[in-house]
Write a protein that binds this ligand. Structure first.
Ligand SMILES: Cc1ncc(COP(=O)(O)O)c(C=O)c1O
Length: 330
């Protein structure tokens, strides 16, 4: 466990004692949000938390739970690329704000948030900054000191570790209390007998991630090929530049994304994030970006894995283009 803690800390530029292992991302988010908000308030520091509209439910629901404890929760909007405008945080933050929680990268579009700027604003007002980095860890270089964050969530299964393991980076000196009470494991922040096997797996995954960060090349081949095969049909959803190198969220003019994927069973992809699979309504992430319901329903979220090849990107583009053309003939 000590070795795994060292490996995870090294991936994030943290020190070993700042890593708290948890049973996955939802628990790490809840510990960050409830743990820091309740600890701050018990010291009389305030009663407002600020988050943003395209967060994962683990963050949105943890924030919402605080309303029952008397907190005010403010949700910032995003622009058409899915980014929070730091000026909106500046306008919303008050001396009662104890925590700002904004994800590093969005699950559905890959859009990156301006975390450094948001952290500076939070700190200028005496608030902590939490970022859910589930989608970003292991894909882009991340350093907690450069980012300036106080709390950062890592989710094992997003970086090739098993499901059911994650961790929270807690900057030394951050006031936070446990949400799982009991004995003194994990520096008193997460009681319970440790799942050593999964912790070791997360450590190994962290080491491998450090040497195999994602490259945008193959994702871009897929994008260019689709554009070539289906001219004028696809529109990119998300930030054209500031986004994860493996993610490609596209709307296909005039078809339902779900039907397009159903017609392409050779491809493992989803219309939104896997966590919301099975939901037929337009993606809340895309509609929060101001996309019409039709364009949001036409969206497909494609992502490349660590072992995806250029040949597979060509094959995927061919398959999707063939399905699209067949659907438009009938
Ligand atoms: C951004 C983000 N945060 C949190 C989670 C929740 O993690 P877990 O399923 O390990 O609780 C996920 C999905 O797994 C996610 O994509």
């Amino acid at each position: 466990m000590a070795d795994a803690r060292r490996r995870v800390a090294r991936l994030l530029g943290a020190t070993d004692t700042e890593i708290v292992f948890t049973g996955g991302g939802s628990e790490a988010d809840t510990l960050a949000i409830r743990g820091s908000a309740l600890a701050a308030r018990s010291r009389g520091h305030g009663d407002q938390v600020i988050t943003q509209v395209t967060e994962h439910p683990a963050v949105l629901e943890a924030c919402r739970s605080l309303t029952a404890d008397g907190f005010t929760v403010t949700q910032l909007p995003v622009d058409s690329h899915g980014q929070v405008d730091p000026a909106d945080l500046e306008a919303a933050i008050t001396d009662r704000t104890v925590l700002v929680s904004v994800m590093t990268a969005n699950s559905e579009t890959g859009t990156l948030q301006l975390i450094q700027e948001l952290a500076t604003i939070a700190h200028n007002h005496g608030a902590f900054l939490h970022t859910d980095a589930a989608q970003a860890v292991g894909k882009i270089p991340l350093n907690v000191t450069e980012l300036g964050v106080d709390l950062l969530t890592v989710v094992g299964h997003k970086m090739y570790a098993p499901k059911g393991i994650g961790c929270l980076y807690v900057r030394s000196g951050t006031t936070i209390q446990p949400i799982v009470h009991g004995a003194t494991q994990e520096g008193g922040l997460r009681a319970g007998t440790e799942n050593v096997a999964l912790i070791v797996a997360l450590g190994v995954a962290a080491d491998l991630a450090a040497t195999e960060l994602a490259a945008a090349t193959i994702r871009d081949v897929l994008h260019e090929e689709l554009d070539r095969l289906l001219p004028g049909v696809i529109q990119l959803n998300g930030h054209p530049r500031d986004r994860l190198p493996n993610t490609l969220n596209l709307s296909f003019e005039g078809v339902a994304g779900k039907a397009l994927l159903a017609a392409t069973p050779q491809l493992a992809a989803s219309t939104g994030s896997a966590c919301h699979e099975g939901v037929d309504s337009p993606s809340a992430v895309l509609t929060a970006m101001g996309l019409s319901s039709d364009r949001a329903l036409a969206a497909v979220r494609l992502s490349c894995g660590r072992w995806t090849t250029t040949g597979q990107a060509h094959q995927a583009a061919d398959l999707l283009a063939a399905s699209y053309k067949a659907m438009n003939q009938t």
